[in-house]
Design a protein around this ligand. Structure first.
Ligand code: 5GP
Ligand code: ZN
Length: 115
């Protein structure tokens, strides 16, 4: 648990947040400022600042998260029409919370490339 990390606080249930999914390693919750009709955030409970900070020992954690995302997507009703999975990283990527997270975005058609 990192002091002053909002996502660590959410994972530790110190902030009231409705979890869409939770297990020993990760939680999933709605984005407070949804960019699309369906917009949830997938985070490891472990504090990892961003994708570049992943360590070899995080391999099983990342595999677990990636293998769980299709189940979340299905639960959210996004399997049929699809969705977008995004990991914003550092300044140019538009990362605003320095705790690794995956955005699951869906519920409407999205253009490419992003702005
Ligand atoms: P980033 O910009 O780092 O890729 O994504 C951070 C996301 O976290 C943003 O989409 C923002 O709306 C969301 N967010 C920031 N603070 C909170 C919060 O306290 N609760 C929830 N549910 N989402 C948050
Ligand atoms: Zn954190």
């Amino acid at each position: 648990m990192h002091q002053d990390c909002i996502f660590c606080k959410i994972a530790a249930k110190q902030l009231p947040t409705q979890f869409i999914y939770e297990d020993e390693f990760m939680v999933v919750f709605p984005d407070i400022n949804p960019a699309t009709p369906v917009h949830v955030l997938v985070i490891p409970k472990k504090h990892i600042a961003n994708l570049l900070e992943l360590q070899p020992e995080d391999k099983d954690l990342v595999a677990h998260i990636m293998m769980t995302i299709p189940k979340i997507v299905s639960q959210l009703g996004l399997s049929e029409n699809g969705f977008r999975l995004v990991v914003n990283t550092k300044e140019n990527g538009g990362q605003t919370v320095n705790h690794l997270h995956w955005h699951i975005l869906g519920g409407r058609f999205m253009t490419w490339p992003p702005g």
